[in-house]
Design a protein around this ligand. Structure first.
Ligand code: F6P
Length: 554
């Protein structure tokens, strides 16, 4: 299926209308929009469960969203949404269904892939994960020498690391009090070394998480872990007590030496970056327990339900996606900021970098045509409060417009309420400052208010003016919990899906990661040659040869 009449994004009927609308309103200042409409917040905000989305600080008028929704309808969004939920093979380059939503299907509805209801299998794996996790959490699962597990290390990378690590960090108040979870992803030996040097192999459990079980970094780290264990306990039988695997590739798991009874399965219709809801979430279940994992799934399911059933105009992921398109394709902004104001969400930007950029960072459409419009933006960010003292200067006074999401928790898990008040006030003040700015008269008045006879004011006043009109969304989370986190993550997943549909992309493959992997194998081979190499370009040859010489001389 393709968008109506198989038209590229820029030839969708409403694209032209939006272009005209953009020309009309591009210079309107949000300050003015607020001043003429006291109901702007009411009009441009919505709530779902414990999430409030305020999108009133965007460069939109009452005409903008209806037009953007029309654009979404031109692209057949509602039909694509249905196709995803019902298990059609919308990942067309890999001929796969896209069913991370089935993993958190808390309803009694079946979901079919190739005519088979997949819900019983999903539930069986969840049961197996939960039974195993409970054994680890209660101490019933013992290491080979009979000792209780104290440390669990998830070895994985990309979607097999970022999601579980971010969720585990986000749910710190729900952590098991005695078990410690660790995440190893980097193939730099320093990463695993730094973790295992503090641990006792007899009380350590490894989860090797890899959808394909062929990923070089993960397998290499898993071998280091295996050698470390066998050095301390020189008996291969120890492996089955200290290693479990999460994968779709049973043969490779077996070849590694992990008992397939200790393998937690998932399926090719779960994309790596959408897999934290699957057995890839095993470390989450061990870390926060089955009840909390179920609540995470429930929160996501509730968002799925909202996304699937709410009209586009009242649909939170759709609205966020359309606003993103508004800036990306009409204002031509190139990047998008994610600024959490909740320390437990500090890894969310990194997680979303993969979720979004691996999904929509594409330059051919789903039919293989080169696109002539910008697709996925550069996603970046960090903890907002730290960002204020680093890069916010550029948000306020730089030459680039960077739309951003401010994600703020209202109720804190910490005991320090006034600290939380300070953080909250900073978040909201930043969105106000970014929107409103400060013109030259206001700047002058502010200077006079603090210094009645300012000297050299003419010299600096232009440096102190803020143009404002920088768009932001604010997402208020009532309290960060497994359920609200589930909803928040599903919100972003669906936002990414909607944008992919409108840009006519396949958001569920990632061919762009392959070339580098292939060349890295070649370079590794070159490093092991007994002589200098000459088979690449001059730069690559020189760098590889310099490296070879350096390590050989060391
Ligand atoms: O290289 C990118 C990627 O394929 C991601 O899509 C994926 O999340 C990651 O690598 C890890 O893959 P795997 O789970 O198969 O080890």
């Amino acid at each position: 299926m393709n968008n109506k009449k198989n038209l590229p994004f820029t030839q969708l009927p409403t694209y032209q209308k939006l272009q005209e609308h953009y020309e009309k309103i591009k210079n309107l200042h949000m300050r003015r929009l607020f001043s003429v409409d006291p109901f702007r917040f009411k009009k441009f905000s919505m709530e779902h469960q414990d999430l409030l989305l305020d999108y009133s600080k965007n460069r939109i008028t009452s005409e903008t969203l209806p037009l953007l929704c029309e654009l979404a309808r031109d692209a057949n969004l509602e039909e694509w949404r249905e196709r995803m939920f019902r298990g059609d093979k919308i990942n067309n380059t890999e001929n796969r269904a896209v069913l991370h939503t089935a993993l958190r299907n808390c309803s009694d509805q079946p979901v079919f892939v190739d005519g088979k209801d997949i819900m019983p299998e999903i539930r069986a794996v969840i049961d197996k994960m939960q039974a195993f996790s409970e054994k680890v959490r209660t101490g019933e699962w013992k290491g080979f020498t009979g000792k209780t597990v104290t440390d669990v290390i998830n070895i994985g990378i990309g979607g097999s690391d970022l999601g579980p690590k971010m969720v585990y960090q986000a749910l710190r108040p729900y952590h098991h009090k005695k078990l410690r979870l660790h995440f190893v992803s980097n193939v730099d030996g320093a990463h695993i070394e730094e973790i295992i040097e503090r641990l006792n192999p007899e009380t350590t459990l490894f989860i090797v998480s890899s959808k394909t079980f062929t990923t070089q970094e993960t397998l290499s780290n898993a071998h280091v872990a295996r050698d470390w264990l066998l050095q301390a306990i020189p008996d291969e039988k120890a492996i089955c007590k200290h290693f479990v695997a999460v994968s779709t590739n049973q043969a490779a798991v077996k070849a590694f030496g992990i008992d397939t009874d200790n393998m937690f399965e998932f399926w090719d219709w779960v994309g790596g970056r959408y897999s934290l809801w699957s057995a890839i979430g095993l470390s989450i279940v061990i870390g926060v327990g089955s009840d909390n994992f179920n609540k995470l799934l429930l929160g996501a399911h509730e968002m799925d339900d909202h996304f699937q059933n709410a009209p586009l105009e009242e649909n939170m992921p759709v609205i966020m996606a359309l606003l993103g398109i508004w800036y990306n394709n009409f204002f031509k902004s190139e990047s998008y900021g994610i600024f959490p104001y909740d320390d437990y969400l500090r890894s969310l930007p990194m997680y979303l970098e993969q979720a979004d950029m691996e999904s929509n960072g594409k330059s051919v459409d789903r039919d293989g045509r080169k696109v002539d419009y910008p697709t996925g933006p550069i996603i970046w960010g960090t903890s907002g409060i730290n960002g204020q003292h680093a890069f916010y200067q550029s948000l306020h006074q730089g030459t680039k417009m960077i739309p951003a999401d401010f994600i703020v928790s209202m109720l804190t898990h910490s005991h320090y309420q006034e600290q939380h008040n300070i953080m909250f006030s900073n978040a909201i003040a930043q969105t106000e400052a970014l929107m409103r700015g400060r013109n030259i008269d206001e700047t002058y008045a502010d200077i006079l208010a603090s210094d009645k006879k300012p000297s050299g004011v003419e010299k600096r006043i232009h440096h102190m003016v803020f143009e404002g009109n920088n768009p932001t969304n604010t997402i208020l989370i009532k309290k960060l919990s497994p359920r609200t986190l589930g909803g928040l993550l599903a919100l972003y997943e669906h936002k990414i899906f909607v944008q992919g549909v409108i840009w006519n992309l396949n958001s569920f493959d990632q061919w762009g990661v392959e070339l580098g992997k292939q060349l890295a194998k070649q370079v590794l081979n070159d490093i092991h040659q007994p002589h200098n190499i000459n088979s690449h370009d001059a730069s690559t040859n020189a760098l590889v040869n310099y490296y070879r010489e350096t390590i050989n001389e060391a």
